[in-house]
Design a protein around this ligand. Structure first.
Ligand code: PGA
Length: 248
């Protein structure tokens, strides 16, 4: 019952719809690897054209965010039903940039996670510490708190199917990757936390990614760690390098 690796690109606010189609077409042959789950999380407006371009390939198109209400007067938001109807299976929840620039909190992350499961979407739940927190030695306490709140009222069965992305904020987009030992230590602490909340079987099933300056040159070492089941990749997911990462 080895966990299947999951390698997801996070395009962030990059690529217009026509550029998205071009990028999917460029990367399609490079990421053709059925041994791992390959997900491209793209801006909402790119979902449908990217989905069209990815047809017949192993690429899953995911979303970068969604709202926790069903529908209604929430100008500018995207509902889970909209994602499902477009064919989306994965959605990033609580990325540190959403927390920093769009006021998302552990509580809104929890609401979104619950709503995603209600619609059978797989959340990629992000967590991770700041540089100050790491320097003050509170990384694991902080990440455990994020995880415990994110999983409030989530069932064991749901949790087993979730994906967690551990992304130290100081490593995102900085080229400063965590050492494999640092990444493994926190990913293991997250798995232990899941075992504490649920049980060993749930902890053994849940997939935990590392994110933060993952590149073609560091992917294989990171993904070889016992508790790292793949990666959430920003910058390098927009380049042919993503093919090398998927084929680490
Ligand atoms: P990065 O971004 O790979 O560019 O550091 C990772 C992320 O924010 O998910």
């Amino acid at each position: 019952m080895a966990r299947k690796k999951i390698i997801a690109g996070n395009w962030k606010m990059n690529m217009t719809p026509s550029q998205a189609v071009e990028l999917v077409n460029t990367l399609k042959p490079l990421v053709a690897n059925d041994d791992v789950d390959v997900v491209f999380c793209v801006p909402a407006i790119d979902i449908i054209p990217a989905m069209e371009a990815a047809k017949g390939s192993n690429i899953h198109i995911g979303a970068e965010n969604m709202y926790f209400e069903e529908k209604g007067a929430y100008t500018g938001e995207i509902s889970p039903a909209m994602l499902v109807d477009a064919g989306v299976k994965y959605v990033i929840i609580g990325h540190s940039e959403r927390r920093e620039y769009f006021a998302e909190t552990d509580e809104t992350v929890n609401k979104k996670v619950l709503k995603a499961f209600e619609h059978s979407l797989t959340p990629i739940i992000c967590c991770g510490e700041t540089l100050t927190q790491r320097e003050q030695g509170v990384t694991i306490d902080f990440v455990r708190q994020q995880i415990k709140i994110a999983f409030l009222n989530v069932t064991a069965q749901q949790a087993a199917s979730a994906v967690i992305a551990y992304e130290p904020i100081w490593a995102i987009g900085t080229g400063k990757v965590a050492t494999t030992a640092q990444a493994q230590e926190v990913c293991k602490a997250i798995r232990d936390c899941i075992a504490e909340i649920y049980d060993e079987a749930t902890a053994a099933a849940i997939r935990i990614q590392y994110g933060g300056s993952v590149s073609a040159s560091n992917a294989s070492e990171l993904f070889a760690q016992a508790d790292i089941d793949g990666g959430l990749v920003g910058g390098a997911s927009l380049k042919p390098d993503f093919g090398q990462i998927v084929n680490y």
